[in-house]
Ligand binder design. Structure first.
Ligand SMILES: C[S@@+](CC[C@H](N)C(=O)[O-])C[C@H]1O[C@@H](n2cnc3c(N)ncnc32)[C@H](O)[C@@H]1O
Length: 397
């Protein structure tokens, strides 16, 4: 490689030269190198079959022999000192704009990336309540907060769909009690996870209740079998990694200054997405329904004058712009707030009519620049992501 040679590798360190030479030769020897538009990162030996790489969820796929970049693995590196996060996630914590001394709720917090970022922005002063729905996930948040030495984070196991504290027993005379008949739309509009939540609630009740639901075709045979297994075998080892995790019964209305809802979603913005499950129009709509139900809880928990930030890692407008439309049309005391920093692009304006007649309403003109949509194919080169920030006005309206 001469100095005048137009090498793409001229600026790299001497010790990588040998590896780079191989890459450089490849550039010309491989006629498809440019067409593939891949980024050459070195050479290695595959340890799994091609199919295996896409199927196995953990393990070594390629043992790198020559690397262009001599980057160390970030696993266990500088534990407690650094936590890798993608750009839109960092922006989400900043968009929430948490202040010292405030009480913040992170409704779907595990593994705690945004929770810890929020606590750091608050200089560890105030209260960050981080909840997630499983013991292990809450334990992950606790571990991360402890590693980072953050004291203002309190964690709870809580289903975000039930995050508003229930009424006391005496107030509950008029509400359906456990095992009582519930409105059928409570079930039909629930997502897969919603169904899971329902049936696990039923575990606490009687088996007759489950059988009853099954007879009415309201839960699948598979769900019934799963619950039978749970009843027989207990919660299973995956339910406890260790550590003490406190359960919450929910929080009183208007009890938070700011709420972050980093909602579970179809994750269509994630890269690489090696283990994509089946995505159907129906499953996307189910996510949207689930997110709205969580958002309804967030609205109740934030105080008038407070802030809600809603985010997802999907590019599906049904879970993003359509959620914003739902929020603004349903709760007249909410308004879109501008975000800082502003790095993502504008949201989608308009609507979409599906062939089955279902219509999805997105943003209206003037609203698009108040949200941030991160397009994974844009030059910004981030994962697909969406952030909306709402100011909460007087709830008397
Ligand atoms: C997008 S991830 C959150 C990522 C997290 N905010 C972070 O930055 O590290 C969504 C989370 O929602 C949680 N989740 C899903 N359904 C839930 C529910 N009903 N209640 C509470 N958490 C839920 C999942 O366990 C998952 O950890």
């Amino acid at each position: 490689m001469s100095d005048t040679c137009p090498s793409p590798f001229n600026s790299v360190h001497e010790e990588c030269r040998e590896t780079l030479m191989i890459g450089y030769i490849n550039l010309f020897a491989d006629p498809y190198y440019v067409e593939r538009k891949g980024l050459y990162i070195g050479q290695g030996t595959t340890m799994l079959s091609r199919a295996g790489i896409f199927r196995v969820s953990e393990g070594v796929a390629v043992d790198m022999v020559h690397r262009v970049y001599k980057l160390p693995s970030f696993r266990d590196l500088l534990e407690g000192e650094i936590f890798l996060q993608n750009l839109p996630s960092i922006i989400t914590a900043h968009a929430l704009d948490p202040r010292e001394g405030e009480r913040i709720l992170d409704m779907c917090a595990a593994p705690g990336g945004k929770t810890t970022a929020i606590a750091i922005l608050m200089k560890d002063k105030g209260e960050v309540i981080a909840v997630d729905r499983s013991h292990n996930k809450v334990f992950e948040i606790q571990k991360l907060a402890a590693e980072m030495g953050l004291k203002c984070i309190t964690t709870y196991k809580l289903d975000a769909l039930r995050s508003v504290q229930r009424m006391s027993e005496s107030d509950r005379k008029d509400t359906p009690q456990c095992g009582e008949q519930v409105e059928s739309n409570e079930i039909s509009d629930s997502s897969a996870a919603g169904i899971e939540e329902m049936s696990s609630t039923a575990i606490g009740g009687t088996q007759a209740t489950l059988e009853q639901l099954r007879n009415e075709n309201r839960i699948s045979k598979a769900e019934l079998r799963k619950n039978n297994r749970k009843l027989k075998n207990g919660p299973g080892r995956n339910n406890c990694l260790g550590g003490r995790v406190e359960k919450s019964k929910g929080f009183p209305p208007n009890s938070f200054d700011r709420v972050l809802l980093d909602a579970p979603c179809s994750a269509l913005g994630l890269r690489p997405r090696l283990f994509a499950g089946e995505v159907t129009v129906e499953s996307l709509r189910t996510h949207a329904t689930y997110q709205r139900r969580m958002f309804d809880q967030a609205v109740q928990l934030v105080r008038p004058g407070g802030v809600i930030v809603y985010s997802t890692c999907t590019i599906n407008p049904g879970e993003n712009e359509a959620l914003v439309r739902y929020a603004l049309d349903t709760y007249k005391f909410l308004s879109l707030a501008s975000q800082f920093p502003r790095v993502g692009g504008p949201g989608l304006v308009g609507c979409y009519q599906f062939s089955d007649g279902y219509k999805e309403e997105w943003l209206r003109h003037g609203e698009e620049d108040l949200v941030q949509r991160f397009d994974p194919s844009s030059s910004l080169d981030t994962i697909g992501f969406f952030i909306a920030k709402f100011s909460v006005g007087s709830k008397d309206v």
